[in-house]
Design a protein around this ligand. Structure first.
Ligand SMILES: [Zn+2]
Length: 201
């Protein structure tokens, strides 16, 4: 059994690219060298839809989605109440509040979308370097479909400076991602602050 490191789909036998998300698959552990998994040279195949998966495991994206959803409901409700002239005095403030929530939620989603696009880009073409896991935390206050968000913090050195980064995931990270363990980091040459670990958990 081999599991896609990008989306978690399980396969009976090894295939080079995941049928579900298009992500590159890694050879089974027994065949691979010990130690952290070495990223293949760029460009790496990552499906564009991976942005959606990253956003689904991102606290700010989830908050933005909830705001936009509430905004949509309030706007529709306010609009309906405004049409029924008598109830317009409640309808108009509801409508305005809804539009504000919708705008804030949409702005947050757009910001996170752009951030996650950068992550996909760094996973595709980032420079690889060996770093280490700095911390691993379970965020018990955020729950999505009964799963908690996990935050993996890591650090690495690039261009003579130490950088830190973090990734969030809905799947409990395995034994490879424990504090102090080595992990490969992919970063942007122009701006190492744009980085991610490989494979993205
Ligand atoms: Zn996959």
């Amino acid at each position: 059994m081999i599991t896609c490191p990008w989306c978690g789909t399980a396969y009976e036998a090894f295939i080079s690219n995941c049928k579900n998300c298009g992500g590159p698959m890694l050879p089974p552990r027994e065949e691979a060298a010990p130690g952290p998994l070495i990223p293949p040279p760029p460009p790496r195949t990552i499906a564009g839809s991976y942005v959606g998966r990253l956003m689904a495991a991102d606290g700010a994206s989830i908050a933005g989605f909830v705001l936009a959803l509430l905004g949509g409901i309030f706007t529709a409700l306010g609009f309906g109440l405004t049409l029924g002239v008598v109830t317009a005095f409640v309808g108009i403030p509801f409508f305005i509040l809804g539009m504000v929530l919708l705008a804030v939620g949409a702005a947050v989603l757009l910001w996170r979308y752009q951030e996650k696009r950068k992550v996909v880009e760094v996973l595709r073409s980032g420079e690889a370097i060996l770093g280490e896991v700095a911390d691993l935390q379970e965020n018990v206050s955020v729950q999505v479909n009964g799963q908690h968000l996990w935050t993996v913090e890591y650090r690495f050195r690039a261009q003579g400076q130490t950088y830190t980064g973090k990734v969030t995931t809905l799947r409990e990270p395995g034994g490879e991602l424990q504090r102090g363990k080595p992990v490969y980091v992919l970063y942007t040459l122009d701006d190492p602050r744009v980085n991610s670990i490989y494979p993205h958990p």
